[in-house]
Design a protein around this ligand. Structure first.
Ligand code: CU
Length: 513
């Protein structure tokens, strides 16, 4: 009966999903103006495929009349998109709309949120990745029940066919003779063979299906990543090899650039966590990427590499760790590799990292300026993390922040055991590259034959910021929409630009259940 049991094994993926630029932090958040309406959008990703995404939209200020949600799969044309669902105003709330959407396939989706009302309409695309994280074994009791039912079905089927062959043409009250018995036994034998063949075929089908499912699993970070540092002249060059196991070394993974960079790499010194870098490796052919390391202290570093794949539009984080050697000064040698102008790093050994525990926490940068994480209520799992920061110059005056790679801030969050990593922006924690892809796809597909935009999707009235906060001058505060997925100790790196200098503030916090 082992074959039968195997055939009946159920694959239940009930752990959180992976797929955004993160590890272990599946929910998606967005802050921003959708048309004339400032909103906070939360998408709770389903735990199975197919599964339902739970969407909630909180509107600040003037209320729209209607809120619509619709999902669009990356490989489906907008003309085949399902009609949008109407969001429901939550009872007892004045500005919180919610709804559920089915995500049927494994792959990338965009969830379109559309608001309409007296002030006009607006819509935004929030990319999500629908990928199961883990395969759980079938519970033992369920296996026993299913095997029991299978046995009853098997022998029941054989008995029915045997009885039919034996007695179906027998007159009422007739006696079963030798011939009838033989017919019955023959039918039972043939049925047993057919059912066994069916079971065997079923087992093969199931195993093939399970193997396919396993290839879609994203057990944490993905794809595999090799990392090694070599010293060349005055520089330490980090070489990354992406997806050697997942794609093979011959296949060059096509990637969608995010702010013009194929990879966004974070290096975090292990243990002390007192060295941090946000770098942009350059493709050197195939799946090999190189980047010149900045003046980080030597040691072992966690490597976290955000990417968005072309084709599937899935975004993910590949991780590993790497030993960074000491750099012997050879100042006479020329630079081998020019660093990317947007590369940034921070070394803060000896600078105390403030901890947010209900009262405001202040991080002091080397130049004397201060970053305050405004006081929050104790931070709890799956509740607003209150990531609101204010940047002041050494004399305590608010400073004017400049955009850093198109955003007011880039932030990274890491749980102390490395099990949760997320890359945040003031607009949200999804892949900007995937959002840009979907914006372009929709614009292309909603054009009519003569190149004009179809009136039903008038883009002139749509928010075209592409998720980028329109840069306002005189902004000194940063808000990042986020909810911690699990309890634990977290470190947060908040990056921003003042003038042409990228700064990194560091905070700790403990998140309770
Ligand atoms: Cu970023």
């Amino acid at each position: 009966m082992n074959g039968l049991k195997l055939m009946l094994v159920l694959v239940i993926a009930v752990l959180p999903w992976l797929g955004q630029a993160h590890v272990g932090s599946p929910d998606v958040f967005h802050d921003g103006e959708v048309g004339p309406y400032p909103v906070r959008i939360t998408i709770r990703m389903p735990t199975v495929v197919p599964g339902r995404a739970e969407i909630s939209v909180r509107v600040q200020g003037t209320q729209p009349e209607k809120v619509f949600f619709s999902p669009l799969f990356a490989r489906t044309s907008i003309t085949n998109a399902p009609p949008p669902d109407l969001g429901v105003l939550i009872e007892g709330e004045t500005n919180l709309y919610s709804g559920e959407l089915w995500l049927m396939s494994v792959g990338a989706y965009t969830i379109e949120i559309k608001l309409s009302g007296l002030l006009g309409t607006g819509k935004v695309q929030i990319p999500v990745s629908s990928v199961p994280l883990s395969q759980l074994p079938m519970p033992r009791f369920l296996g026993i029940i299913l095997v029991g039912l299978g046995v009853i079905l098997f022998f029941g089927g054989v008995a029915i066919v045997a009885a039919a062959a034996r007695e179906s043409v027998l007159a009422p009250g007739g006696v079963i003779g030798k011939i009838e018995r033989r017919k019955g036994r023959l039918a039972a034998g043939i049925t047993t063979v057919i059912l066994l063949l069916g079971l065997l075929g079923g087992r093969r089908w199931w195993n093939a299906d399970e193997a396919k499912f396993r290839t879609q699993l994203r057990g944490g970070a993905w794809p595999d990543l090799k990392a090694a540092v070599r010293v060349e002249g005055t520089q330490r060059i980090l070489r990354l090899t992406l997806g050697e196991v997942a794609f093979g070394s011959a296949y060059s993974v096509p990637l969608i650039p995010d702010h013009g960079k194929l990879l966004h790499l974070f290096l975090i010194r292990e243990g002390t966590q007192d060295g941090f870098a946000h770098l942009h490796p350059v493709r050197k052919g195939g799946n090999i990427f190189d980047v010149a390391l900045p003046a980080l202290p030597p040691g072992r570093y966690k490597v976290l590499c955000d990417l968005t794949m072309e084709g599937s539009v899935l975004s993910s984080t590949a991780t590993n760790s790497v030993e960074v050697p000491t750099l012997a000064t050879q100042a006479t040698l020329a630079e081998v590799m020019k660093p990317d102008p947007d590369d940034s790093w921070a070394v803060y050994a000896g600078i105390p990292v403030p901890k947010n525990s209900g009262v405001a926490a202040v991080y002091r940068l080397l130049d004397g300026s201060q970053v305050e994480w405004k006081a929050t209520a104790p931070i709890r799992v799956r509740q607003d993390a209150g990531l609101n920061f204010e940047v002041r110059n050494p004399s305590g005056q608010p400073v004017d922040l400049s955009p850093y790679m198109g955003m007011l801030s880039h932030a990274a969050i890491l749980r102390s055991d490395g099990g949760v990593f997320s890359h945040l922006h003031p607009t949200g924690n999804y892949s900007m590259a995937a959002q840009a892809f979907f914006d372009k796809k929709l614009e292309r597909e909603t054009r009519t034959v003569d190149g004009a935009v179809a009136p039903m999707v008038d883009h002139s009235k749509m928010d075209h910021s592409g998720g980028h906060a329109k840069h306002k001058s005189g902004v000194s505060s940063i808000s990042l929409p986020y909810e911690f997925p699990t309890a634990g100790d977290y470190r947060i790196w908040v990056q921003f630009k003042v003038g042409d200098q990228v700064q990194t503030a560091v905070f700790d916090t403990t998140v309770a259940d």
